[in-house]
Structure formats: C-alpha cells, structure tokens
Design a binder for this molecule. Structure first.
Ligand code: ADP
Ligand code: MG
Length: 469
C-alpha cells in the first residue's frame, strides 16, 4: 500500500503534532485524494463509504483556513441528523486542538432555541448543524453566515433523501459566493448531482472504492424462508457469540419484534429505528457502544453514518435489493484492520438479490448451513456490562474522573470493572461489569442518602438507576 503521511501536506507544525497525538499518521485514501486540493481552496465532490475518514478530510480544510482571532462563523457543516452533527463536532474539536481556541457550536433540533441563541451571541468559529434548525436561526436572524469561508454538505444523499433540499438551498444562499464548498456523499446518484450542481464551482470529483475489502470481512449467506428468521438470528448469535452485533431489518416493526424475541432468549438486544425520541436514540447508542447492549437491531436509515467502533458482526435479516446498501451494511464491521463477519439470511425468492451482490462485489457468495452450526447453549448470554444512569452531568460539574473515583473508591470496584463513561450536560452513563454492578452501587447509596435511589459522588448525592436491557 502506498503511504501518504500527513507531513506531506502544507500544515503548521503544531497542527501536525496534534494529528500525531490523535494517532493520525497516514492519510486514509479519501484524505490523500482530497486534502491537497481542499487545502488549495478548491471545491470538492467526494464519494466514500462510512468510516473512510471524511470528517478529517473536510475538518482539516476548514481549520486550515480558519482565523481563531476573528470572531465570525467561518465554517459551516450541514449534517442530516443530530447524532451525526454531534459526531462531527466532536471530531472537529479534537482536530482543532492543533489550532488554538476554536469555538465549535452544534445547532440541531430537539433542544430549545434559547441556549443556542445565547451561545451564538458569545460567538462561534464553526457551526455544525442540521438544515432545519440552521434555517430556523437564519429566519430569526440569530445566525450570520455572511463570513463563511468553507461550507460542507456531509452525507448529502441522506439530507436530500430526508427532504432537506429547500432548506439547504436557502442556507447556501445566505453564505458568500466566494466560498469553498465541499460535498460528501456515500452515494452520488444523478438527482443529487443535478440538485447540487449550482452550489459548486469547478469541483474536483473523487470516488474512493466503495467495495469492501473482502479479506477483512468473512461473509456468509444462509438459505431460509421468512418463517424462523428470529430463530436463525439467535442461532448465529449463540454459535459465534459476537461481542457486538448489528442486525438489519427492513422495517421498524420487524426490528422491534426481533429485539423482543432475542431479549426473551436472554440476549441484551435493543431496536433502533427512525421514530424514536432523540433521547432514546442517544441512550441506545451509548448502551451499544459501552457493551451493555450486545445486539442492535436497526433499520438502514437509523444506522446510517453512525461511527460504531469494534463491531465484529453484521447480520442481514433481510437481503437488501440494492447491492450498494448491502455493501454499506457489511462495511460496518472489519473496520480499522480488525476482522469482521457478515451473515445474510436469504429466502429462495431473494436469491436474485444475492446475484446482484455477487456481481457488484465481483465475488461469489459463500453459502453455509444453519443446521451445521454446531452445539449451542440453550440461553443467549447477556452483555458483559450494565449501564448506570446518573442524573448529574457537566452542568453539575461532574467529570468522568469523579465518577471513576467514586466507583473505584467508595464503591470498591477495580478500574477494570468500570467501562465506558459518558458525561453529558445533565446526565451521565457509566458501564459497569454486570457481575458486580448492583452491589457496587448499593455501596454508593449507603450512608445518609436522601432516598435509596441516590448515590454519593464527590460528597454529593445524585439520583441513579440501572438501565435494563
Ligand atoms: P466517515 O465520516 O467517512 O464515516 P469518520 O470521519 O467518522 O468517517 O472517520 C471514521 C473513524 O476513523 C473515526 O473514528 C476517525 O477518528 C478515524 N480516522 C479518520 N482519519 C484517520 C486517520 N488518518 N488515521 C487514523 N484514524 C482516522
Ligand atoms: Mg461522516
């Protein structure tokens, strides 16, 4: 493989040093192809799959042009959903450590306008948001986009799928003509090409190989009718016992049905679909990432674009009719050099879709027998961790270290028994080793807690409860 170190780019020494501390040494293919042109100020249309490093490709571009001493919105990133906006903002914050004091603000729906307006009054260098909410701020004249130098449309195909075209066009017209526009999309069909042509000026077009690297993903197909699919999924999970598996179903109803069935069999399974409340979605993703939920059953729309690390297995409960969707689904596993497995259940009349997949990936499908999956235990295994939800967060000056301190101190856990800690504005989540979680938390609520469901952290009592999966 050809090497493309970041040091090849005309970036400041301090910026390069920060990339190195983030563990970014070599550019990913999309970064290597786009960054030289992006740094020169060219417009760009880039097509690449999830997990290919698109955020840094545009993030480095925005930060390169940004003047931290100038208090104006110089960079604007539009994303389809709040989770994606949060992910992008977090990645930009990490990258911005190499620049200085850069204020990055997310503006998305699902939260009230007031605090957003207050933050805007304090000034922001970069705004990351969803089209609807950005449009609302423009309508109220609480956001000034007239100084934007770099405009990014992230996951453009999904934003247009979601019907955001008019909002996007309105937002684009509120930015200066003399700007750089970078468009990223997992797919690039003609309707998007047509819709966005007017936003871009002589763009460089690149497409990074979207076919998965067959050597990293062990892909198997199983013939089975529509009946008995839940049983088949359970069988696969029992046989391979993955730490984290993502199962795709075509509808919300199927997602819920399968998740319920898997839970009944002893697995820690949750369903993720479009109509969930934002807070429920956030919570589900926290539980999946911290290993309190080991099987996430999702629709394509709900799972798209999410950066889920360490996913070892993807299960397609239905075959996708679109081979590109299939490849995106299975591309969630086998990331970052790790090995992954992808299982696809297929009814006899779905075989035509498998033939399309074979053509698309230019490799024959490997068929396995479900019955041949050796001995398996009667019950599924629950996830190794359990999540404690605490009604205290950044606003209460709680930091991850405080939670870790309380759990390894007063509650008597070892560091290894405490998993991922997420501290949000008003609440926090901590993953604990399931075997010792309850007794540890009982120790926190010993003493003079105001009620049994309160526990002490740093000498203060917070309401806390376990989230049952
Ligand atoms: P995409 O937007 O294409 O789906 P992301 O930008 O979210 O992908 O990147 C996926 C993951 O890869 C992130 O966790 C990110 O921190 C990491 N990453 C990106 N670029 C590099 C790099 N050059 N070296 C190492 N890790 C990287
Ligand atoms: Mg992305």
């Amino acid at each position: 493989m050809q090497s493309h170190p970041f040091t090849d780019l005309p970036l400041a020494a301090r910026f390069l040093a920060n990339l190195a501390t983030l563990g970014y040494h070599q550019m990913t293919p999309i970064q290597a192809e786009s960054l030289p042109a992006v740094l020169e100020g060219r417009d760009l249309i880039a097509q690449a799959k999830t997990g290919s490093g698109k955020t840094a490709a545009f993030g480095i571009g925005i930060l390169h042009r940004l003047n931290p001493a100038w208090f104006a919105v110089q960079g604007l990133v539009l994303c389809p959903t709040r989770e994606l906006a949060d992910q992008v903002a977090n990645e930009l914050r990490r990258l911005a450590r190499g620049v200085g004091n850069v204020k990055i603000l997310t503006l998305t729906g699902g939260v009230s306008m007031r605090p957003q307006i207050a933050s805007l009054e304090h000034g922001a260098h970069i705004v990351v948001g969803t089209p609807g909410r950005i449009r609302d701020h423009l309508g109220r004249a609480t956001l000034d986009l007239s100084k934007v130098q770099t405009l990014v449309l992230d996951e453009a195909d999904r934003m247009t799928d979601m019907g955001f075209y008019d909002e996007i066009a309105g937002i684009v017209s509120a930015t200066p003509r003399q700007r750089q526009t970078l468009l990223f999309s997992a797919t690039y069909p003609d309707d998007i090409r047509f819709a966005t042509a007017g936003f871009l000026r002589d763009p460089l077009e690149i497409a990074v190989e979207s076919r998965h690297d067959a050597t990293r993903i062990d892909q198997r197909f199983y013939e089975i009718g529509f009946e008995g699919r839940d049983e088949a999924v359970a069988r696969l999970l029992k046989h391979y016992s993955p730490v984290s598996a993502l199962a795709f179903c075509n509808t919300k109803a199927r997602c819920r049905e399968l998740a319920d069935e898997l839970r009944a069999q002893g697995f820690s399974a949750l369903a993720l679909y479009g109509e969930l409340e934002q807070q429920e979605r956030d919570e589900i993703l926290v539980l999946f990432a911290n290993r309190s939920c080991s099987v996430l059953v999702a629709t394509d729309v709900a799972a798209r674009g999410l950066d889920i690390a360490d996913l070892d297995t993807v299960i397609n409960v239905d075959v996708s009719k679109d081979p590109e969707v299939h490849v995106h689904r299975i591309g969630r596993t086998g990331r970052a050099g790790g090995a992954g497995m992808a299982h696809t259940l297929c009814a006899p009349n779905e075989k035509k879709w498998v033939r399309l997949i074979e053509e698309y990936q230019d490799a024959p499908a490997t068929w396995d027998e479900l019955e041949a999956l050796g001995e398996h235990p009667e019950a599924g295994a629950p996830a190794p961790m359990m999540t404690l939800s605490i009604a205290g967060g950044k606003k209460h000056k709680l930091r991850p270290g405080d939670l870790l301190g309380a759990l390894t101190g007063d509650a008597g856990l070892t560091k290894e028994q405490v998993g991922k800690i997420n501290v949000f504005e008003f609440n926090s989540y901590v993953a604990l080793d399931r075997r010792v979680a309850r007794q540890a938390v009982e120790r926190l609520s010993a003493g003079d807690a105001p009620a049994p469901d309160f526990g002490a952290i740093k000498g203060r009592y917070f309401k806390m409860r376990f989230i049952e999966v």
